[in-house]
Design a protein around this ligand. Structure first.
Ligand SMILES: [Zn+2]
Ligand SMILES: [Zn+2]
Length: 416
């Protein structure tokens, strides 16, 4: 049984019994000695051979409400050291959203994108910005990088769609349909694509959704195509404690049977952003390996609290983040150890003490108890550390003046 089959069987069993692993406190469990890491997203990584490849998976251009042409965006990220990129223009916006005199009109008319050229794509203007060569940009192959077809589905909860052309606009969809997100996710699945839920805490009341809704979505849609949520997003009005708190609440309910991977995305509209990217761990950079790493959580993600400017003449974002060099899981000794450089502190976080809502999800930025820090330091003894439940994840911190640069691991699943 491979890992995916194992996870599916385990999830099916847990759904039948109606119980997830939450509440089985690893430390207090009388079968303490049997507790082990049963899901390690980095299990297949050869740390001497693998390289980290920066991935930007949520990027806008002039083809929707971004402020830069596709080739400027791609070239800026390429020069900033990115190897993997998905342009995810909105499916509900038309090109040149902010070219004067439309929208906020902060892009001069002479900058307007002439794309897409005639004949327009079949589902214009809900089409993907793909292939890049149709939008005045070199191909990913010519640039020596991996490009992923993408779209940000924007009708209700924003959903990033990858590896397919799903998109809806105007009279192409019924905005009031009750199960709209289910329909979108099923379409992505049927087209062979992958999906993540974007910026859950987006501070507009109409866009926040109750926790139960997320639980239901992750129960209904398999980890084969619904991979996880954005836990960090550049936009300052998308609140971080909300998104990370939601992540911990979902992990508490679903790990280790059904992983919910965390993604760090710029959501780039302008080239000056609070940088957050994914670092894929790959022995060789190719389409198959990138997709597999995305599906199995084989990446870290980062978050900067200061603005970083991708404009090539000023870009200074290299190597500001804690760099993980190796992660060793030892189920005999009961340890997870992280080797890292450029790192001041490693925090280990497990499931929240309570699954009860403590605030109004529409107005509070911390409506749920956060996952507590159960240990600080490079080695976690998961059988000897109080507070460890059904998963643990690590956050690496590096001080940067008054700012902090963080690198996050994906969760390790723990069970008897
Ligand atoms: Zn969005
Ligand atoms: Zn976006």
């Amino acid at each position: 049984m491979n890992r995916r089959e194992f996870m599916q069987a385990a999830l099916a069993a847990s759904l039948v019994s109606g119980k997830f692993a939450y509440g089985e406190n690893a430390y207090e469990n009388s079968e303490n000695g049997k507790v082990k890491v049963v899901l390690n997203p980095y299990e297949k990584v050869d740390w001497t051979a693998a390289k980290q490849h920066k991935a930007a998976l949520h990027i806008h251009s002039l083809q929707s409400d971004g402020r830069h042409p596709v080739d400027d965006v791609v070239n800026a990220y390429r020069r900033a050291g990115y190897d993997i990129m998905a342009i995810t223009d909105h499916d509900t916006h038309t090109p040149n959203m902010h070219v004067s005199p439309r929208g906020r009109a902060d892009v001069p008319e002479e900058m307007a994108s002439p794309y897409p050229k005639e004949p327009k794509p079949e589902n214009y203007p809900a089409n993907t910005t793909w292939p890049w060569t149709d939008y005045g940009c070199s191909s990913p192959q010519n640039l020596g990088m991996i490009g992923i077809e993408g779209n940000e589905l924007t009708n209700r909860h924003h959903i990033n769609s990858y590896y397919n052309n799903a998109g809806w606009y105007g009279d192409m969809f019924d905005r009031d349909r009750e199960n709209w997100e289910d329909y979108e996710l099923e379409t992505i699945r049927d087209k062979g694509g992958l999906a993540i839920l974007c910026h859950p805490g987006w501070a507009r009341e109409s866009h926040r959704t109750p926790l139960d809704w997320y639980v239901e979505i992750f129960e209904k849609h398999s980890s084969d195509y619904l991979l996880g949520i954005e836990t960090t997003n550049n936009n300052p009005d998308r609140n971080e404690p909300y998104d990370i708190g939601l992540w911990d609440q979902l992990l508490a309910r679903f790990m280790p049977q059904r992983p919910v991977w965390g993604f760090g995305n710029d959501d780039m509209h302008r080239l000056k952003v609070k940088q957050t990217f994914n670092a894929f761990l790959l022995e060789s950079l190719n389409d198959t390996n990138v997709r597999q790493a995305m599906e199995s959580g084989q990446f870290f993600f980062t978050r900067s609290s200061r603005d970083i400017d991708y404009n090539p003449q000023v870009f200074d974002g290299f190597d500001v983040f804690p760099h993980i060099e190796r992660i060793e899981v030892n189920n005999d000794q009961g340890t997870i150890a992280i080797s890292a450089r450029d790192c001041d502190e490693i925090k280990w976080i497990s499931a929240p003490e309570s699954l009860d809502t403590v605030g109004d999800y529409k107005t509070s930025n911390s409506p749920w108890p956060l996952g507590p820090v159960v240990h600080t330091g490079r080695t976690l003894h998961y059988r000897k550390t109080p507070g460890i439940k059904n998963y643990v994840r690590a956050e690496l911190h590096r001080k940067d003046g008054e700012h902090v640069q963080r690198t996050f691991t994906n969760p390790f699943g723990i069970a008897t």
